[in-house]
Design a binder for this molecule. Structure first.
Ligand code: WTA
Length: 626
């Protein structure tokens, strides 16, 4: 573990001078079935990246088996249920190992094999983490789909990866609501021909319909034993696929591989959070997102930490649930999203103060830029000016944290993610693609591969190349803008593409537009983000309808329903404006920049609109907006 600023500087220098030697040393701290022959092979022009070439391993041996010897009775997963009156569960490493092996055997008994894709659509219960690890145990590729997605979105993801199995639950508890997961899964499976087995966990005990391919989890698990040797995997065999939104309608299945992902998530978890043996670490994300994969499951377990899984929401039964849970389990590390902080900040600080948060040592933030107000509220009321805050910048595509301070070790700076991790060569580019030296603002790019960079988009390597490696040849292009101060600290300024981050969820505007365009009355639409107090960004949809005389409130309602149905409730636009036209360039391209300004109410900052095909429409929208 890096313990001082000088050790950090040393690691950074070593990783830059000799990346192979640096990562080879880090990787040797894990369990390998046989060592790698070459540390790194890469060519960004193809693009191709291979780490720990020829190495053989199974990630679950580093996450589970090796801790059986040293700390079998330490809590691996601490489960806090949605309902605070339901008992929390402390699952030890020994027990977790056993349950993962047994679940792996259940998958095998139902014909799952190495390389198969298994879709997981489950609530935040221990069985979700166990299912993920069970897939890894047998070399099946997991594809976790966030349980807030709709049937259409679930089906699209299952079909994209041709999953052969679906793991789900009867339902899920989420605050005061229960979500009928099985029902949504049934709807999805109606259009998925590759799935031939659906294992259903009982969580809510609600009634479900039963289909020929369905099997109860609790019945199947009874039939198998708990001895399951770990399948040997190549470093570069896929570990999982996880979908993220992009600028086009189709979600991108980012593929992560076994060796590099293990090494990098474990290394960053250890150094960013600085967890000590008796600490209790809580990341409030859902395992349906990359944050949950890397920093609830793999990173913490590879380090033998105690990781908390929380089933509920911050507002249930009241807006102090996070703080209540922190006090109850004596949480030392608390890692959440700015959108959650902003939502909680709106409530009286007495809700925080009434709980004993003295166990807290480190706070973290992830998912979007954290604004100054939220940062200071977090620091003052939650951290009591006593906890370093790590603002961690990274992506589904990067697998692990690329830019962040190390808690208590490297300097923090409010609203800045600060410095790149050792081995991460972050640069700023101008529009021409030239590197900016020193202080400045530009496009963030990464020069050299790190071990957990996604290797491809499932089934579409060409798209992978186009999206991430073509705009600025020789660099990985994340799609974010950033500025850098004189000390080299980075502040991420936001997306530079058509992805909007709403409440920490990445939403491509294209799929939402596609959904809206499904409405029979809609001719064309454009969706943009605009600043929102709590969500960070909200969505505004500009919609052209066939008949301007129609009742717009009905259309608005139907549009919201359509979006909820095809993508999920998170993608519903906050604002829908029925307009008679959209500002376009002479080549017919929608000028989203102008729509963004209009949605933000920045009517006087539109710039030159005289080159538009239809400048008059801008005036019309302005009038409508005011
Ligand atoms: C944004 C989440 C500023 C960024 C781990 C990135 C951030 C996208 C931060 C990836 C941060 C994430 N500061 N922006 N600390 N963390 N982002 O794939 O725009 O869900 O490209 O991964 O979130 O979101 P994703």
């Amino acid at each position: 573990m890096i313990k001082s600023l000088s050790e950090f500087e040393q690691a950074t220098a070593q990783a830059k001078e000799n990346p192979d030697g640096f990562w080879s040393k880090v990787a040797s701290e894990f369990e390998w079935k046989s060592p790698w022959k070459k540390t790194l092979d890469y060519d960004f022009s193809k693009p191709e990246v291979k780490w720990f070439v020829g190495g053989k391993l199974n990630i679950t041996e580093s996450c589970l088996d090796r801790h059986l010897v040293t700390q079998p009775n330490k809590t691996a997963i601490l489960f806090e249920p949605n309902d605070p009156t339901e008992a929390a569960q402390h699952i030890t490493y020994k027990e977790l190992h056993k349950r993962v092996c047994q679940t792996a055997n259940m998958l095998k008994a139902n014909d799952a094999k190495k390389g198969d894709r298994i879709c997981i659509y489950m609530p935040m219960v221990p069985e979700l983490a166990i299912a993920v690890l069970a897939c890894a145990r047998i070399g099946a590729i997991h594809s976790v789909v966030f349980a807030g997605f709709s049937a259409t979105a679930l089906a699209a993801r299952i079909n994209d990866a041709s999953c052969s199995m679906l793991l789900t639950a009867d339902g899920g508890f989420r605050g005061a609501k229960t979500i009928a997961l099985k029902k949504i899964a049934d709807e999805a499976l109606a259009s998925c021909s590759t799935v031939n087995c659906c294992l259903v966990l009982q969580r809510t005990q609600q009634e479900v319909q039963w289909n020929p391919i369905d099997k109860w989890w609790h019945e199947e698990i009874e039939k198998v034993g708990s001895d399951c040797p770990a399948t040997e995997m190549d470093s570069e065999d896929p570990l999982f696929v996880l979908y993220t939104s992009g600028s086009t309608g189709k979600p991108k299945g980012m593929v992560h591989t076994c060796g590099g992902y293990m090494v990098y998530t474990a290394y960053t978890f250890k150094n960013v959070f600085q967890c000590q043996p008796n600490d209790v670490y809580w990341c409030t994300a859902d395992i349906g997102w990359i944050t949950g994969h890397s920093y609830i499951v793999y990173g913490p377990l590879a380090n033998g930490a105690t990781t908390v899984m929380f089933e509920g929401v911050p507002s249930y039964p009241a807006f102090d649930r996070f703080w209540e849970v922190c006090a109850k389990h004596k949480i030392t590390h608390f890692y959440t999203a700015p959108t959650a902080i902003r939502a909680l900040e709106k409530h009286p600080t007495s809700l925080v103060e009434k709980h004993d948060l003295s166990s807290l040592k480190v706070l973290g933030s992830v998912g979007e830029p954290i604004n100054a107000e939220a940062w200071h509220w977090y620091d003052e009321h939650v951290g009591r000016h006593n906890c370093p805050i790590v603002d961690t910048w990274w992506q589904t595509e990067t697998g692990g944290i690329l830019i962040s301070s190390l808690a208590g070790v490297t300097p923090q700076k409010p609203t800045f993610a600060t410095l790149p991790m050792p081995g991460v060569q972050a640069v700023l580019l101008n529009n021409e693609g030239d590197e900016i030296e020193g202080e400045g603002e530009g496009i963030l790019a990464i020069k050299h591969p790190w071990p957990s960079i996604a290797r491809t988009i499932w089934g579409d390597h060409e798209r992978y190349k186009n999206v991430y490696f073509s705009a600025y040849p020789g660099y990985y292009f994340p799609g974010d803008g950033a500025l850098r101060d004189a000390e080299g600290n980075f502040r991420i300024t936001g997306r530079v593409d058509d992805v909007v981050i709403v409440s920490g969820h990445n939403l491509g505007t294209a799929p939402i537009e596609n959904a809206i365009n499904e409405h029979p009355e809609v001719v064309e639409s454009a969706v943009v983000g605009f600043p929102h107090d709590i969500k960070g960004n909200a969505l505004c949809a500009y919609v052209i309808v066939r008949d301007m005389g129609v009742d717009s409130s009905t259309i608005e309602k139907e549009i919201r329903e359509e979006v909820a149905k095809t993508i999920g409730p998170i993608a519903k636009p906050d604002q829908i404006l029925v307009v008679s036209g959209l500002p376009k360039t002479r080549s017919g391209k929608i000028m989203r920049r102008i729509l963004r300004k209009l949605a933000a109410g920045e009517h006087d900052q539109l710039g030159d609109i005289s080159t538009l095909l239809n400048p008059e429409i801008v005036e019309e929208i302005k009038r409508q907006n005011s």
